[in-house]
Design a protein around this ligand. Structure first.
Ligand code: CTP
Ligand code: CA
Length: 249
């Protein structure tokens, strides 16, 4: 936390942060999930609080408690997170999508518990695509700026006004290295910043030490940050505060 009396870089700002992993229901007792611990999102929320922001925290499933002092909204599935994120965004200065959002959900959700029928049957689960929330946030911002529909009168300061930040866990593969994949993703999503975790076996998921590269959609070079999740979160929040001062002084 900054020293008492130090200027708080996000004072007066509202930051919406999604965190944790979504759960996609199969039936009333089962779901498809992922291994996101929510630690990075919780660390970001704490860093944003320390920087003086009002923090709305959209929490999918987490292994850790959300920090005290956030405005907490619990969500389960990608569709619930989408609704919460699109609702919170219009009067947020910053939206950070740190949640691990399921790319697919079961096409049918059974109202009743799925039962075995005979000795050998096994159901086939058909999946459908979930919406890309990050991309929709960028679209919603664009529509609001074009139509003057954005609520709260916040977004008059610059070319973008609001900052939208994505996270990506990437590995290199035959099609390209980590940064190539990440740059393509940044362009695809259209967000302002993409915070990239380099994933390897035993890295990132549930770990306390981490390292990231922050990519900008506006021409600035990549910036690295490493250390505990708290250190990395503080570096990401610092960068966000600097970008925000640029687009929305
Ligand atoms: N994200 C989202 N909605 C989705 C999927 C992802 O908003 N349906 C957000 C994540 O919260 C994250 C960013 O997009 O901030 C990147 O997520 P990632 O899974 O890396 O991107 P995808 O486009 O799903 O690409 P991939 O096929 O590599 O999983
Ligand atoms: Ca994905």
């Amino acid at each position: 936390a900054p020293a008492a009396g130090a200027p708080k870089p996000l004072a007066g700002r509202t930051v919406t942060i999604s965190a944790g992993g979504t759960r996609e229901a199969l039936d009333p007792v089962r779901f498809l999930g992922n291994r996101s611990s929510g630690k990075q999102g919780a660390a970001l929320a704490q860093a944003a609080l320390d920087a003086g922001a009002r923090v709305r925290f959209l929490a999918a499933h987490m292994d850790v408690d959300p920090p005290e002092g956030v405005e907490l909204v619990r969500v389960e599935s990608a569709l619930e997170l989408r609704e919460a994120a699109l609702a919170a965004a219009p009067d947020s200065d910053v939206v950070i999508m740190a949640a691990a959002v399921a790319d697919f959900r079961p096409a049918e959700v059974s109202d009743t518990k799925i039962k075995k029928k005979d000795d050998n049957d096994a159901p086939l689960v058909r999946l459908v695509r979930n919406p890309d929330i990050l991309r929709e946030l960028v679209e919603q911002r664009g529509l609001a700026q074009a139509g003057g529909l954005q609520g709260g009168g916040l977004h008059t300061g610059g070319a973008h006004g609001q900052l939208i930040v994505g996270f990506a866990a990437e590995t290199g593969d035959a099609d390209g290295d980590v940064l190539e994949h990440a740059s393509a993703k940044l362009a695809r999503k259209g967000c302002d910043l993409l915070v990239v975790n380099h994933v390897g076996v035993g890295r990132v998921f549930g770990q306390d030490e981490t390292s990231v590269v922050i990519l900008s959609g506006h021409g600035a070079g990549p910036q690295s940050a490493a250390g505990s999740k708290a250190d990395v979160a503080a570096a990401v929040i610092d960068r966000i505060a600097a970008e925000l001062d640029r687009v929305s002084p």
